[in-house]
Design a protein around this ligand. Structure first.
Ligand code: NAP
Length: 248
C-alpha cells in the first residue's frame, strides 16, 4: 500500500486525507501545531515541525513515504520551500496544492499590497479608523501597536499582544454574507484587511465589503517553490495516481 505524507493546515488537506483513505492509500497528515484544535480526519496524524530540511529528509526516509503533497496554507512561507528541497534530496515526488487566489470583481474597492507593513500603510492612506483584521492571530504585525486605529480582529484562537481597545471575534469559517455584513456594520468598520487566501470558506467578507462599499486591503501571496502546483484536491489525486503508479 502506498504511503502519502500530506502537509496539512487547510480544508484541502482534510479532504485529501479523507479521499486517500477511501481509496485505500495510507495517509499521514502533518500539522505545525499552531492551533490546539483541528477538524477530524482519517489516517495517522503527526504534529510539530520536522526540524528544517534535514529533519524532513530524515522523516521521509524513516517513514518510507512514497509521495508528498504540500497542502499547507497559501501564506505558509517556509514549509513549501523546505518540502521542495527535502523531497528533491531524497527522491520523493512532491506537489503543491494551491487554491486560486481571489480576484476583484465589479464594485470591489481593493488595494493590493505585498505584506502586513504595506497593509498598515495602506489603511492610513485610506484615512480609515476602524479596521476589520482577518489576517490570522499570528499576523497582526504593526497593527498591534497602533493606538490610532480601532481594531476588530477575527481569529480561530485568541491573538496575543493586542491593545485593550481591540474587539476580538473568535470563530472558524465558513462564514456567510449576511453575518459578515452584520459584523462589519455592528462594529462600524471602515476598512477590511485580509490575506489573499482564496477559497469559498472565508470569501463572504469580500462580498459583504462590496455590498457595503468598503475598501479591502488585500495582502498578496508569498512566492512558491518551483515544481508541480495543482489547484484542487481532485487534481492532487490525479497527480498522486500518476506518480504512485510510476513508482510501483
Ligand atoms: P511556515 O512559515 O511555512 O512554517 C514555519 C515552520 O512550521 C516550518 O518551517 C515547519 O517547521 C513548521 N510547519 C509548518 N507547516 C507544517 C506542517 N504542516 N507540518 C509540520 N510542520 C510544519 O508556516 P506558518 O505561516 O508558520 O504556518 C504554520 C501552519 O499553519 C502551516 O501548516 C499552515 O498551513 C497553517 N496556516 C498558516 C496560515 C498563514 O496565514 N500563514 C493560515 C492558516 C493556516 P520545521 O522547519 O521545523 O519543519
Amino acid at each position: 500500500m502506498a504511503r502519502v505524507l500530506v502537509l496539512a493546515g487547510t480544508t484541502e488537506a482534510t479532504e485529501l486525507a479523507t479521499e486517500l483513505e477511501a481509496h485505500g492509500t495510507e495517509v499521514i497528515s502533518s500539522f505545525a501545531g499552531v492551533t490546539s484544535t483541528r477538524r477530524s480526519r482519517p489516517g495517522r496524524i503527526r504534529t510539530g515541525g520536522f526540524g528544517g530540511v534535514a529533519g524532513l529528509e530524515q522523516y521521509l526516509t524513516d517513514e518510507g513515504i512514497d509521495a508528498l503533497v504540500d497542502a499547507t496554507h497559501p501564506f505558509a512561507a517556509r514549509m513549501p520551500f523546505n518540502a521542495a528541497r527535502a523531497a528533491a534530496a531524497v527522491g520523493v515526488p512532491r506537489c503543491r496544492v494551491l487554491r486560486p487566489p481571489w480576484l476583484p470583481t465589479v464594485g470591489d474597492r481593493w488595494v493590493s499590497v505585498p505584506d502586513l507593513a504595506a497593509a498598515h500603510d495602506a489603511v492610513h492612506s485610506l484615512g480609515a479608523r476602524t479596521v476589520f483584521l482577518s489576517t490570522g492571530r499570528q499576523s497582526i504585525g504593526p497593527f498591534a501597536s497602533d493606538t490610532d486605529l480601532q481594531l476588530v480582529v477575527r481569529s480561530i484562537e485568541p491573538p496575543e499582544g493586542l491593545p485593550s481597545s481591540a474587539a476580538v471575534v473568535l470563530s472558524r469559517g465558513p462564514f456567510n454574507v449576511d453575518d459578515e455584513c452584520q459584523l462589519l456594520q455592528s462594529h462600524a468598520v471602515d476598512v477590511v484587511v485580509t490575506k489573499n487566501s482564496g477559497g469559498d470558506a472565508t470569501a463572504a467578507k469580500l462580498v459583504a465589503a462590496r455590498q457595503l462599499q468598503l475598501p479591502v486591503v488585500m495582502i498578496e501571496r508569498p512566492p512558491q517553490p518551483n515544481g508541480p502546483i495543482v489547484e484542487t484536491v481532485d487534481l492532487a489525486l490525479s497527480w498522486l495516481t500518476t506518480v504512485i503508479c510510476r513508482r510501483a
